[in-house]
Design a protein around this ligand. Structure first.
Ligand SMILES: Cc1ncc(COP(=O)(O)O)c(C=O)c1O
Length: 412
């Protein structure tokens, strides 16, 4: 793979090892210039920037861009190739929560149907939203518990899909397990739900930027995710893909998604492009200046190469972790691995705090699990150094004397 390490700002001090791509990706080196462009565009063009600014996203392409069109422009030129979709199907979103609100507000999704199927391991932006809308849309929520190994119970998911199923939500990569659902299973889910006229929605947050995504191979109707984490685009930048031909009318559509926004008519009119109906009020512009700088790097390097690098490093992590006596809690097989490795470690919160004091950045959960994600900027040497430290401190017990490990912070 083209060496992407040099394309990111690495943390201080120079020996630090950043292993938390699942929380907030590092900043691509092109971001400061992009943010300067935002400042300059606002300063120079003011209100006219909504119509036209220089094309900083694809300089030399000859394409006209303005702030108004950025959500679809980035959708066509960066998100669509990232998820294997055609232009015209993807649009930027402020966050996943908004996308899910829009989807659940579509009346026709629930016409003649009474159930939404999902696993208990969906992120709250999905799980809570599905529960919140149940009464409003009159459906029941069917939560599929995990299998005995803690991973998605694939047969139970398939078995739950029937004539009543309006929607199935799954996570392409589970945020608590690191499990990447196999393509063949996703395609089976799509076939089952489509056989009954329902929709299949996939939360691809942790797949975005770390795994080659092919929405058409899984036949997903809706695929959404965000660029904060492995996508390296920071916050305010999520996206949605909508299968061509899907005609949805979210009740939450705002005036930015209206067919004639500057007509200021008394009643709303649905935009002819379905993806536009997933817009609410005024789009946040500044975040779109840093949104796709990570995506640009991944597309240039090739997602297959990014994935190979990730699999090499996660494979190394697993081997070193098991040699140090730690139990693997995320999947072992390459096809089911994501960028995330989860290990069971005694006093994992103290281990995480000890590692942080030694500038190795991981995170911990419930005092039991150590989570880490070696990513595009990491090298095999860094993984070895991190695990040399882990192995040493596990055998000496030094880390157990760490005082007051930080409570798990605002990381997901
Ligand atoms: C699987 C998954 N979906 C969604 C999100 C984020 O949702 P939102 O953009 O609504 O904050 C996360 C964040 O951690 C996540 O892990």
């Amino acid at each position: 793979m083209k060496n992407l390490r040099a394309s990111f700002f690495l943390p201080d001090p120079p020996e630090a090892i950043e292993l938390r791509a699942f929380t907030h990706g590092l900043m691509p080196k092109t971001v400061p210039a992009m943010m300067n462009h935002f400042v300059e565009d606002w300063q120079r063009y003011g209100v006219d920037a909504w119509n036209a600014v220089p094309n900083h996203w694809r300089p030399g392409s000859g394409d006209d861009v303005g702030w108004w069109a950025l959500p679809v422009y980035l959708g066509d030129h960066f998100i669509a190739p990232l998820v294997g979709a055609l232009p015209g199907t993807c649009i930027m979103q402020p966050h996943v929560h908004w996308t899910v609100q829009c989807l659940l507000s579509v009346p026709e999704v629930f016409a003649g149907k009474g159930e939404v199927v999902l696993t208990g391991a969906e992120f709250p932006s999905v799980l809570h939203s599905v529960r919140q809308w149940a009464g409003l849309q009159g459906y029941t929520v069917r939560v599929i518990p995990p299998a005995s190994d803690g991973f998605v119970d694939q047969e139970a998911v398939l078995g739950a899909i029937g004539a009543e199923t309006a929607l199935v939500f799954l996570s392409h990569v589970g945020f608590t397990t690191g499990e990447k659902l196999p393509d063949a299973f996703l395609a089976r889910v799509a076939a089952a739900v489509h056989a009954h006229g329902g929709l299949f929605a996939l939360d691809g947050y942790h797949a975005t930027g770390s795994v080659p995504v092919e929405v058409t191979a899984y036949d997903a109707d809706v695929y959404f995710g965000g660029l904060l984490k492995e996508g390296c685009g920071s916050s305010g930048n999520a996206y949605v893909y909508l299968r061509p031909g899907l005609d949805l009318h979210p009740r939450t559509t705002g005036w930015f998604g209206d067919a004639d926004p500057f007509g200021f008519h008394a009643a709303p009119a649905p935009h002819p492009e379905v993806r536009m109906r997933f817009l609410g009020g005024t789009s946040a512009v500044a975040s779109m200046y840093h949104a796709v700088e990570g995506v640009r790097l991944f597309l240039e390097a090739g997602l297959d190469a990014v994935r190979r690098h990730s699999l090499d490093l996660t494979g190394l992590c697993i081997a070193r972790a098991e040699a140090a006596g730690l139990r693997l809690r995320s999947p072992r097989e390459a096809e089911r691995r994501s960028a995330m490795v989860i290990l069971e470690a005694p006093a994992a919160d103290k281990l995480c705090a000890y590692l942080k004091q030694h500038h190795v950045y991981t995170d911990s959960r419930q005092g039991r699990y150590l989570r880490l994600a070696p990513f595009v900027w990491n090298t095999p040497d860094e993984v070895h150094r991190a695990f040399d430290l882990i192995a040493d401190t596990l055998s000496s017990g030094d880390y157990l004397t760490v005082e007051e490990p930080e409570a798990a912070g605002p990381v997901t």
